[in-house]
Design a protein around this ligand. Sequence first.
Ligand code: GRF
Length: 197
Amino acid sequence: SRLVVLVSGSGSNLQALLDACADPAYGAEVVAVGADRDGTYGAERAAKLGVPTFVHKVKDYGTRDQWDAALTAEVASYEPDLVVSAGFLKLCGPRFLAAFPGRYVNTHNSLLPAFPGMNGPGEALAAGVKIAGATLFICDSGVDTGPIVAQCAVPVEDDDTVETLTERIKEAERAQLVASVGRMMRDGWKTEGRRVR
Ligand code: GRF
């Protein structure tokens, strides 16, 4: 199976997928990595392994829709079975969603629907919840909405800082991403009552 992964930053979730894909038994391959900005460590991780990378920056296009069209065309050219947003800090537009219906997933560092947006762990800490975690979901047009594929929980410790909680969540998040993507590639999945694969 063919995976395209989109990143904006450090790409530790991408690395977990790259590591998993090194084992042929995993049954998937990262065929390309895309970013919305230059110089991401995620793109560097891919380049080190000879995985093709590409960048599309919103500001290089006249409109958001033109950016969406360019990103859609480039991702589609790799004929992915699944597109994974792993720390990709852009909301994809209607063209993108229509090109990969039910095939575009995002991993988020909170137990959705709690704490969508940019600061899941910080908001969990501020709310005083005792359990935090990560959610893998199928993207729709909203911010961290869309059908949930998997969730994993970690405890919030009394002495946690945003940094320690973020790291605990990310560790569980990476394992979940690898396991869930592997399962999706193996068994297929359903969304909105429709079989995707
Ligand atoms: C992940 O925790 C994801 O949930 C959040 O950003 C983080 C990306 O980390 N949106 P990385 O780039 O995969 O290391």
